[in-house]
Each structure stands twice: as structure tokens, then as C-alpha cells.
Design a binder for this molecule. Structure first.
Ligand SMILES: N[C@@H](CCC[C@H](N)C(=O)O)C(=O)O
Length: 306
């Protein structure tokens, strides 16, 4: 007999996750279990798994504690194919909502979370819409890791996407995990792209990449002042096409801002199929803000699942 497994289902702009409360670090979360839980027909179904675990309970947590001893909780993120990824922007927000629900965080001040990409700080903020609770995450330092190998102005890669006529120039962006962003001239092409298979990126990124297709939408006047706007679709490494990607939204805004040059806005609204998130650039750091929703609690029969 295997003990039943308590899980919570949540999402951030419809990037969905199975959440596990493993504060004591006793769970054996292997790739098979991740694949079974995220299976949309035979399991709960999700783009990934988020395990809340004490930083002192796992090897990766030691680096987080060394960076900041206050990072006592760790986000152990897994892609739906069972692979481990360094970072998940939507996941941090959803895990913050989960930590709040568990009473690990009282929702005031900052939740300081260890991740494989370093320590991340989360705080509650107000939406839009004004009544909604959003979470803002300091996503740390961003970079353009292959800027020295540019193949064209603002591009260091060539990306072939099924459904689009010719290969497109892409820009590599690192926000703790790897991204390649390519700009499309209009939403017709964005809709035409076939993301049921992974776009081909050359040169091949050594650790794989998430690929964002973006259409710059110009600038908008909002209550926060003038912001840039971008529409995006994403093919995630280890998952496939998802309805949102938080790190991908940061990469998209950073790429479009780089292409726009001096005078481009620091605040960006990124429209994804699952909603809208806000990206704010402050020098070499970037912040992601958006909603987080916990939709269900369930108990999984592990024998039936396997
Ligand atoms: N959906 C996430 C990113 C998850 C990790 C990604 N698939 C990778 O392998 O790097 C997000 O919201 O950032």
C-alpha cells in the first residue's frame, strides 16, 4: 500500500501546476511521478510541478541559504516531461499563494524563496484589475548571454518555426533560465505559427531553450504612465506550447525593449493566451507581476496514478 498524496492545483495566467507541500523534504519526487501527475488524461494535468520544500532539506537549497539565510523555503520546479528547470516566473507567484494558504507566509513584507536560479523575493501588490491580488517577483539580474555572437542587428540565433515561411532572427535572453525571442510583424503570423513541435534554433543552445514569438504592439497610456505592450506565444522547453510563461514574458519585454533602443519604456504589459502580466525593468534587474490562483485540492491515489 502506498500512502495517498495530497496535491493542490493552481495556475498563473493559465500556466498550470500541481503543487506539493513537502516542507519536511520527505518526498521522493522523481521524473516518473512528475510525468504521471502532469498527464492531462491519466493524471491531474499541468505544465509542471511545484514542490514547496525546506531549503535545508535538499542540496540545491544550500546555495540559496548561502546567498540569503532568510531563504528558508525553496521552490523545486519540474517541467511536465520530468526535467528540472532553474526557474519558473509564474510558478514563483503560484507557490507564494500556496505558501500563504499554508500559513508559511502571512502575505506581508516579502516571501524570500530559494530557487535553482538564486533567491527570489515576492510581495503582494494590487492588480489591475484594481481589486485583484497580484504578486510581484524580483526576478534578479537579466542578461543577453550571446550578445558578442550577434548574427544580425539584435539577433544571435536563427529560428525556424513550422507555419512561418522563412527562418527568423532571434535574440537569446537569460532570466535565470534560457530564452530565444523572435519578433513577428503582426498577429496574423503569430496565429499562423505551429507550436505543436519545438522551433529549431541555430546555433543549438547547449541546454535547450524556451522560444517566445512576440508582436510588439507599441506604447499605451495607463494609470502607471506610458507602458510598452507586447503579445506573445511561447513554446516551453520540457513542456510544449503553454498559455503563459513568466520568465518568457520577461524575456519578451527585455528583447523588445532592447530592439526599441534608447527611450523605450521600462514597464511592459505582456499579453499571453492566458491573460496579461506586467514586466518592469530596473537597470540590470527585472520584476514580474501577475495573478496567482489556487483552484482545487485533491488526494491522489498513487497506485492508480502509476
Ligand atoms: N513556465 C515557466 C517556465 C518553466 C521552465 C521552462 N519550461 C524551462 O525549462 O526553462 C515560467 O513561468 O517562467
Amino acid at each position: 500500500m502506498t500512502a495517498p498524496l495530497a496535491v493542490t492545483k493552481g495556475h498563473g495566467t493559465q500556466n498550470d501546476f500541481v503543487l506539493l507541500d513537502d516542507r519536511d523534504g520527505v518526498m521522493d519526487l522523481d521524473a516518473d511521478l512528475v510525468r504521471a501527475l502532469t498527464d492531462r488524461r491519466a493524471g491531474i494535468g499541468a505544465d509542471g510541478v511545484l514542490r514547496l520544500v525546506g531549503s535545508g532539506r535538499l542540496e540545491a537549497g544550500a546555495a540559496a541559504l548561502a546567498e540569503d539565510p532568510a531563504a528558508t523555503w525553496f521552490m523545486d520546479y519540474r517541467n511536465a516531461d520530468g526535467s528540472v528547470a532553474e526557474m519558473c516566473g509564474n510558478g514563483v507567484r503560484v507557490l507564494a499563494a500556496f505558501a500563504e494558504r499554508l500559513g508559511v507566509w502571512d502575505g506581508t513584507g516579502e516571501l524570500i524563496l530559494g530557487t535553482r536560479a538564486g533567491v527570489r523575493r515576492v510581495r503582494r501588490v494590487t492588480g489591475p484589475p484594481a481589486a485583484a491580488t497580484w504578486y510581484a517577483v524580483d526576478m534578479g539580474v537579466w542578461s543577453l548571454p550571446r550578445a558578442d555572437r550577434a548574427v544580425a542587428d539584435g539577433a544571435d540565433a536563427e529560428v525556424t518555426v513550422p507555419g512561418l515561411a522563412v527562418p527568423r532572427p532571434g535574440l537569446s535572453v537569460d532570466v535565470g533560465n534560457p530564452h530565444t525571442v523572435l519578433a513577428l510583424p503582426g498577429v496574423d503570423e503569430l496565429d499562423a505559427a505551429d507550436l505543436t513541435t519545438a522551433p529549431r534554433v541555430l546555433p543549438v543552445p547547449p541546454a535547450g531553450t524556451n522560444v517566445e514569438l512576440v508582436v510588439p504592439l507599441g506604447e499605451r497610456r495607463t494609470d502607471d504612465g506610458v507602458v510598452g505592450a507586447v503579445r506573445m506565444r511561447v513554446h516551453e522547453r520540457g513542456v510544449g506550447e503553454t498559455r503563459s510563461c513568466g520568465t518568457g514574458a520577461c524575456a519578451a519585454a527585455l528583447a523588445v525593449r532592447t530592439w526599441a533602443g534608447a527611450g523605450a519604456p521600462d514597464v511592459w504589459q505582456v499579453e499571453v493566451p492566458g491573460g496579461v502580466v506586467r514586466v518592469t525593468v530596473s537597470g540590470d534587474r527585472v520584476e514580474l507581476a501577475g495573478p496567482a490562483v489556487l483552484v482545487a485540492d485533491a488526494v491522489v491515489d498513487l497506485e492508480a496514478l502509476r
